[in-house]
Design a protein around this ligand. Structure first.
Ligand code: ADP
Ligand code: MG
Length: 397
C-alpha cells in the first residue's frame, strides 16, 4: 500500500463544504455523559485547522451499534455539546444523517462554521457501503476528509464509499498513523524489534508473518508464547494453547531462522494452578511448566532479556500484553516491557486495544512515540493489508 496520501494541508478549503469522517465512538455512562474524552481531543486539530482556514465543516461519525435505526441512546448530541465546549463556538447538530434536517443544517453553515450529522449507523446502508447512501452523504460537500483511523479497515459509506464522489484527503490523525507506522514498515531505524503478545496466535498470524519480513528481532510473550513453546516440544501444563496452530508456530520459527531474524521466547514464566486474580504465582521454566499449572506472565529472566533487546532497538512495535496484566500478580511482565520501551531511545509504536490500554493505565503513554488510535485497524496495518479508508484517499503527486 502507498502511504504518501494528500492531507488537508494539500487542498484549498476556504469557503468549501468539507465532510469530515471522525471517530466519535466515545464511551458513555447510563446518563449518556462522555466518560473518556480522548477521541474528542484527538479530532480537534483537524477540526480547528479547517475552521481557521474558513471551511464549512460537516462532521460525521458512528457511535456504538444502533443496527441501522434511530435510537436516542446512540445520538451524537452529547458529542456536539462536548465539541462546542472544547472549541468555544457553536457546533450545529442535525436531527438526521441525510434527511431534511441535515440538508438545512449544511445549507446554514457559513465559512468557519461547524455542524455535526447524526450517527451514520442509523442507516443500515452505512455498513453495507451502499452507493446511493454514500452519494447522498457526499452531495453535502465538495471535499472529503477521513480522520477516523479506528474504522479505516472497514469499507463503509462514510469511511470509503464517499471518496468515489469527492476529492478525498486525510486529516491529521490518519496522517500521523500513516507517517509513523508506514515509515516503521518501509524504512525502519534499526535494529527493528517487534514485541508480540496477547491472547491468541490466530489473531496475530498475519502480523507475525508480515513482520518477519521486516524486523531484526521478534519477541513473543502472552498466552501466545505457550503455543510456540509447545510446538518446540515444551511441557506447557494447562497453559492456553491453540492446538490447530502448532504447525504454523513451528513454521514461523523456521522462517525466522532462515531469515536470520532473532526469535525470542520466554525462558521462564509465572504460573498458577487456576486462572484467578488471587492465584499464587509460581516461578517455572517455560519448557516445563508442569502438570496442573498454566503460564500467566513472563518471568524475571525473560524480562531482563526482553528489556535489553528493546533498549538497544532503533524501532519498537508492540502489540499484545506479556501476561494477564488485569491480575496484579501477573502484570509485572507487561509493566516491565512498558517501562523498558518508554526508557529506550527507540521510535516506539503501540498498536492494539489492550496493549494501548495497558500503556495508558501504567502511565507510560506520553513516553511513547505513537499509540495507535485503532486496535483492529493498526493490526491490519501491521499485517501489510490495504485499509479501504486509506486506500481511497488521493496520493500525493
Ligand atoms: P491487543 O488487544 O493488545 O491486541 P489481545 O487482545 O491479543 O491484545 O490480548 C490481550 C489479552 O491477552 C489480555 O486480556 C490478557 O489477559 C490475555 N493474556 C495475556 N497473557 C496471557 C496468558 N499467559 N494466559 C491467558 N491470557 C493471557
Ligand atoms: Mg484485544
Amino acid at each position: 500500500m502507498k502511504y504518501n496520501k494528500k492531507s488537508i494541508e494539500d487542498v484549498c478549503v476556504k469557503g468549501k463544504k468539507v465532510l469530515v469522517r471522525c471517530d466519535f465512538n466515545v464511551p458513555q455512562d447510563e446518563d449518556l455523559n462522555i466518560t473518556d474524552m480522548t477521541r474528542i481531543y484527538g479530532a480537534l486539530p483537524t477540526i480547528k485547522y479547517l475552521k481557521d482556514k474558513g471551511a464549512r465543516v460537516i462532521l460525521c461519525s458512528h457511535l456504538g451499534r444502533p443496527k441501522g435505526e434511530f435510537k436516542e441512546k446512540y445520538s451524537l448530541k452529547p458529542v456536539a455539546a462536548a465539541l462546542s465546549k472544547e472549541l468555544g463556538c457553536e457546533v450545529k447538530m442535525a436531527e438526521d444523517v441525510i434527511g431534511e434536517s441535515a440538508a438545512a443544517m449544511v445549507a446554514s453553515l457559513k465559512d468557519g462554521e461547524i455542524g455535526l450529522l447524526e450517527n451514520v449507523r442509523f442507516h443500515k446502508e452505512e455498513e453495507k457501503n451502499d452507493p446511493d447512501f454514500a452519494k447522498k452523504l457526499a452531495s453535502f460537500a465538495e471535499i472529503y476528509v477521513n480522520d477516523a483511523f479506528g474504522t479505516a479497515h472497514r469499507a463503509h459509506a462514510s469511511t470509503a464509499g464517499v471518496a468515489d464522489y469527492l476529492p478525498a484527503v486525510c486529516g491529521y490523525l490518519i496522517q500521523k498513523e500513516i507517517d509513523v507506522m508506514g515509515k516503521a514498515l518501509d524504512d525502519p531505524k534499526r535494529p527493528f524489534v517487534a514485541v508480540l503478545g496477547g491472547a491468541k496466535v490466530s489473531d496475530k498470524i498475519g502480523v507475525i508473518n508480515n513482520l518477519l519480513e521486516k524486523v531484526d528481532t521478534i519477541i513473543i510473550g502472552g498466552a501466545m508464547a505457550y503455543t510456540f513453546a509447545k510446538a518446540l516440544g515444551a511441557d506447557i501444563g494447562t497453559s492456553r494453547c491453540e492446538e490447530d496452530k502448532l504447525s504454523y508456530a513451528s513454521e514461523m520459527v523456521f522462517k525466522a531462522l532462515c531469515k536470520g531474524v532473532r526469535f525470542m521466547l520466554p525462558c521462564d514464566s509465572l504460573a498458577a494452578d487456576h486462572f484467578a486474580a488471587d492465584a499464587e504465582p509460581k516461578l517455572v521454566d517455560t519448557y516445563s511448566v508442569g502438570e496442573g499449572y498454566m503460564g500467566l506472565d513472563i518471568g524475571p529472566k525473560t524480562i531482563e532479556a526482553y528489556s535489553k533487546a528493546v533498549k538497544d532497538a532503533g524501532t519498537v512495535v508492540w502489540n499484545g500484553p506479556m501476561g494477564v496484566f488485569e491480575f496484579d500478580a501477573f502484570a509485572n511482565g507487561t509493566r516491565s516491557m512498558a517501562k523498558a520501551i518508554a526508557e529506550s531511545d527507540a521510535i516506539s509504536i503501540i498498536g492494539g486495544g489492550d496493549s494501548a490500554a495497558a500503556v495508558e493505565q501504567l502511565g507510560y503513554a506520553d513516553k511513547m512515540t505513537h499509540i495507535s488510535t485503532g486496535g483492529g485497524a493498526s493490526l491490519e496495518f501491521l499485517e501489510g493489508l490495504t485499509l479501504p479508508g486509506i486506500a481511497c484517499l488521493a496520493d500525493k503527486e
